[in-house]
Each structure stands twice: as structure tokens, then as C-alpha cells.
Design a protein around this ligand. Sequence first.
Ligand code: A2P
Length: 281
Amino acid sequence: MNETVTVTEAKAVKVPTLPDAQTVTSVKHWTDRLFSFRVSRPASLRFRSGEFVMIGLMQKDEKTGKEKPLLRAYSIASPSWDDELEFYSIKVQDGPLTSRLQHIEPGDQIILRPKPVGTLVHDALLPGKRIWFFATGTGFAPFASLLRDPQTYEDYDEVIVTHTCREVGELQYGHDLIESIRSDEMLAELIGEGFHEKLRYYPTTTREESAKMGRITDLMRKGEVFEDLGVEPLSPETDRAMVCGNLAFNLELKEMLEEYGLREGANSDPKEYVVEKAFLD
Ligand code: A2P
């Protein structure tokens, strides 16, 4: 009996794992550092807005010469009701994956492991009145999904999304998305016209002149964000937050949220805020 099991296991190990291929349907380059793309969606894939999957390309192993998948975590930027999946990515010229991924074209195949996970989900937060989505750079991606999820507007009276980037051009993806949501008749039909008033967008830049300059963390410390939006500073009674950006930003904001009295939640233990690192190659 034991022997049979061992043989079966040995065989299973030898069989190469076939990558889960999906086809690229469109690609858009936003700046020389940023691009987004859409791929076919596996028929069986179900996910919660804000979750990520592992995606990538095949790569030759230097030692063995065999092809193997090179995968990275990518937040799904499209809403869970979409027929396709959308991703928003940085281009790192010497990055192992994005140096190649940035050249994909419609019709190409990528690998997509259909096992969505992540902490930026509604289930990880306790009910509240106002939700803040704090993003830097490509950290906007999970919010692009959550902002198109009817539950976001059903659960909260106010939805504030802040996006800090170095340059104005890096805000375009988020800006266009917000515009498309505001004119989305289907969303309005799903959740009622009132959702337009709930959605507040607060973009800032740090290295190029724009209407609002500065890191969101500094603008919060100065109270400027709250003045601009006409809301009270965050409080654990009313406010919930999701954070997604570069590591330094996540750590700094996490500390600030704790100072406001919010506690970090998880799927199994919902609280007042959650954090996830944006993908960096
Ligand atoms: P800054 O230009 O002052 O570094 P990156 O492209 O490096 O990921 O950064 C994206 C944005 O996040 C930039 O505008 C950057 O501002 C900002 N940022 C970086 N670190 C922090 C931090 N600790 N707190 C707030 N914002 C940050």
C-alpha cells in the first residue's frame, strides 16, 4: 500500500506543472513607467474585489535550461463582475518580470494562477460610515476594483480615494477610472444615483506641479486633507481604511492610522484598517 502511494507521488512530482495560460486582449501604456493590460478570465475564477493573483511569464532556468514560470503578485484592477481581468503595472527596465511583461501585445499569452487572495477586502473591515482608500503609484490597482464594486457604496456613506504619485502623468489611470465610474450608468442603476455624491477623489503629486502637491501623509498631519474635503480627521467610530502603496508609505500610514485609534484587521478578524504592498519588480 505504502509503495503504491510512493510511486504515485514520484510520478506526480515528475510531471511538469502546466502554466495556466490566459490571452492578452488589450494593453495601454500610460507613461514610460506605467502600463495596464487586460486578459481573458478563466471561466471558474471567482474573486473578491481587492484581491490579487500570481501572474507572469515562462522563463528559462539558467542552471537546468528548462522553462519555468516567473510569477509575481498582482492586484486585480477590474471589478468582480467583469468578463476580463485588468492589471496595472510598473515597468522596471532591469526587473526580472516587468522588463519583459511591458512588451506584451494583444494575442500574447501570460500565466495566471487562478487562486485569488489578499487582505484589501470588505470582509476584513468592521462596518463604518466612511471608507478611505489610500494609494501611491500602482497601489491604485486594488481600489480600481473596489471602486467599481456596488458593495463599497452600499456599505459606506462616503468613499474617499487618495492617490499620491511623483508626476501628473502617473495619476492618469486613476483619473480616467474615476471619470468612467462617474459616467457609469450600470453602476448608477445597480446602487442608485446617490453613489455619485459618495465618491470623493483626492489626487496629489510630489515631484511635479499639480493642483494639490505633497505626500498624503504630510497633508494629513497638517490637517489639509480634512479641510479640503470638509471631513473630520479619522476616528475608529466612523472611519475605515485600506492602504496600498510602496513599503515606506504603508509603514508610515499604518503608524498614523494606529495613532488615530484604528486597528489592523484581517479576513478572520475584521477591524478598522487593512494594508497591502503594491507590486514592485
Ligand atoms: P516622494 O516623491 O516624496 O518620494 P514611488 O514611485 O517611489 O513608489 O512613490 C510613489 C509616491 O509615493 C511618490 O509620490 C512618493 O513621494 C510617495 N511616497 C514615498 N514614500 C512615502 C511615504 N513614506 N509616505 C508618503 N508618501 C510616500
